[in-house]
Write a protein that binds this ligand. Sequence first.
Ligand code: ATP
Length: 439
Amino acid sequence: MDEEKKTADMEAIVSLCKRRGFVFQSSEIYGGVGGSWDYGPFGVELKRNIKSIWWRDMVQHRDDIVGLDAGILMHPQVWEASGHVEGFTDPLVDCRSCKKRFRADHVKDGRCPECGGELTEPRMFNLMLKTFLGPVEDDAATTYLRPETAQGIFVNFANVLDVSRKKLPFGIAQIGKAFRNEITPRNFTFRTREFEQMEIEYFVKPGTDEEWHERWVTDRFEWYVRYGMRREFLRLRQHEGDELAHYAKATYDIEYLFPFGWAELEGISNRTDFDLRQHAVFSGRELSCFDEDTGTHVVPYIIEPSGGVDRAALGFLVDAYHEEKVRKRKRVVLRFHPELAPIKVAVFPLLRNRPELVALAKDLAAELRPHMMTMYDDTASIGRLYRRQDEVGTPFCITVDVESLEDNAVTIRERDSMEQIRVPIPEVRQTLVKKLGGA
Ligand code: ATP
């Protein structure tokens, strides 16, 4: 790992997430459960912001992509057609001493990574979480919680094409939960058994697929940079040989340099016409579109940018995390892009025992609230209130002081530079909107 680039320490991130309410362990009061995490008040805002900028940039601001929200439970045959029943497996090994289980490809020297014990031969393990539809738990009722959102898009291809009247190239986008019974969930929210995906299936004419693949790889890479990830902490990695999924002609991963090393944020695959052809065979429906140029029906090729919301959230968090010395004291600050910041502005009265200041601060917070995520706080001294907001990445803090009662102005403090400016109350909203990048 590139040590010189390693900034945040994973323990510091996990501890901040718990302390400030970004992420809690699932079912913590029962001792927790592996591979599942709960997002607290700040985490849920961060995730919502990621999803909404993705949706805005990928769907609402484009003419060639429409959205979909398909069910998590699908017809069991979907998973046969997709190849997941047969092929969605990882090799696993068990330690004969401590009984822990690992993915064979995560074990370096053939010994147990925990206790150094001897390992069993690898066995194949299907990653799909099985469930039953209806009251009878037999084979006929067996289906799976979707391991990817993509299949919901493929099976709706003809429906969406009919109603949207799109011509190639066009895409269908979806955000939703996916489930994988990961053998070794780890690295906090990076590898979990329940997670959210943001996926686009982009349908193109065969023959133009490689060009579109390249375009999507660049576009998606730049998206992470646009929202604040440092370019030198991102890289592209192409899948080689047996790493390629059963459906893919080529895949690039966008990787981020996490504290635990380079790891995948998003995969962009050329899935060819594999999925539509498989579903056409299994369902007996024709899944193609009319190509006006050639006057024939074609089965489109598919380029799939598939990212994880949770991994993006973790990457943005890690990237934003900074520790610095300010007047000999440690300051922890999340330098989130303003669009990602859970809270955009916090308003404090300098003295909480002065009712006029409290009232003025509360009024200002109420005025701002419909326009941006606003928080009012008077539960500590001003220094401590600033530090709390720095730790959750709030770009602006406003302090109402005694002078505000005279000059009807307040102090706005900027998170990164800590610079303070005095602004008349009637101009606060417009000033903030402008600084946050709005019109
Ligand atoms: P990995 O190699 O890390 O297991 P993958 O290549 O199997 O991931 P894909 O099938 O390409 O992952 O899934 C697309 C995206 O979904 C990934 O880039 C990742 O962001 C997200 N994702 C996949 N598995 C998980 C998981 N177990 N926990 C959190 N996010 C995940």
